[in-house]
Ligand binder design. Structure first.
Ligand SMILES: CC(C)(COP(=O)(O)OP(=O)(O)OC[C@H]1O[C@@H](n2cnc3c(N)ncnc32)[C@H](O)[C@@H]1OP(=O)(O)O)[C@@H](O)C(=O)NCCC(=O)NCCS
Length: 164
């Protein structure tokens, strides 16, 4: 069952302090492998997650879409550089069917071994800052009833069930 959650962003959020991770946006196609590694690890064995994705899926989902924006795709990386693997990824979208004040969180994923370290909050703050800049202050997200960690996370971050 799909669950809709939404939140109004009332001010430009400051990035929360996170000693271990920093956030950047998409750089080039070498980021596809980083994104796919996080996606496939975070959704492994999940209800409705389907098969692992490869570069063709990445192109189809993002690069081939006219509304995809590299500056609305975020990567959380280890600040120390010791861990090469990207800790988490996020994507925000808006297209011609989206109301002018609304943006959607399309993806927000954290690698299992990096969960509960504030990476999700860090990525969400980057999304909220971009939504604020774009004057799309209503953020919406769809998740699944079975994905209880996602629902707990979004509620912790101020989202309420339902569409605004
Ligand atoms: C949901 C998800 C993005 C959260 O990322 P995260 O980096 O672990 O989240 P944070 O560490 O920033 O958590 C912030 C708060 O959210 C809540 N929270 C996060 N994960 C939770 C869980 N599994 N169970 C209960 N509460 C949780 C907690 O209140 C947490 O604060 P705390 O750790 O101090 O208790 C991550 O669990 C994930 O990638 N899950 C798999 C994919 C997914 O469901 N993505 C969202 C689909 S739309």
């Amino acid at each position: 069952m799909v669950v809709f959650l939404s939140k109004i962003v009332h001010n430009r959020p400051a990035l929360p302090e996170n000693n271990w991770h920093e956030v950047r946006t998409y750089r080039d196609f070498s980021d596809a492998a980083r994104w796919l590694a996080v996606r496939n690890a975070a959704l492994l064995g999940r209800v409705a997650a389907g098969r692992p994705w490869d570069e063709r899926d990445f192109r189809r989902e993002f690069l081939d879409k006219p509304h995809w924006r590299p500056d609305w795709m975020w990567f959380a990386e280890d600040r120390s550089g010791q861990d090469d693997a990207t800790a988490g990824v996020a994507v925000m979208t808006a297209n011609q069917h989206t109301a002018p004040s609304v943006a959607s969180i399309q993806w927000l994923l954290v690698r299992p071994e990096r969960q509960r370290q504030g990476v999700g909050r860090l990525l969400l703050s980057a999304i909220e800052a971009a939504a604020w800049e774009a004057q799309r202050t209503t953020l919406v997200v769809e998740t699944l009833f079975e994905w209880t960690d996602a629902i707990a996370f979004y509620k912790f971050c101020g989202f309420s069930a339902g569409r605004i």
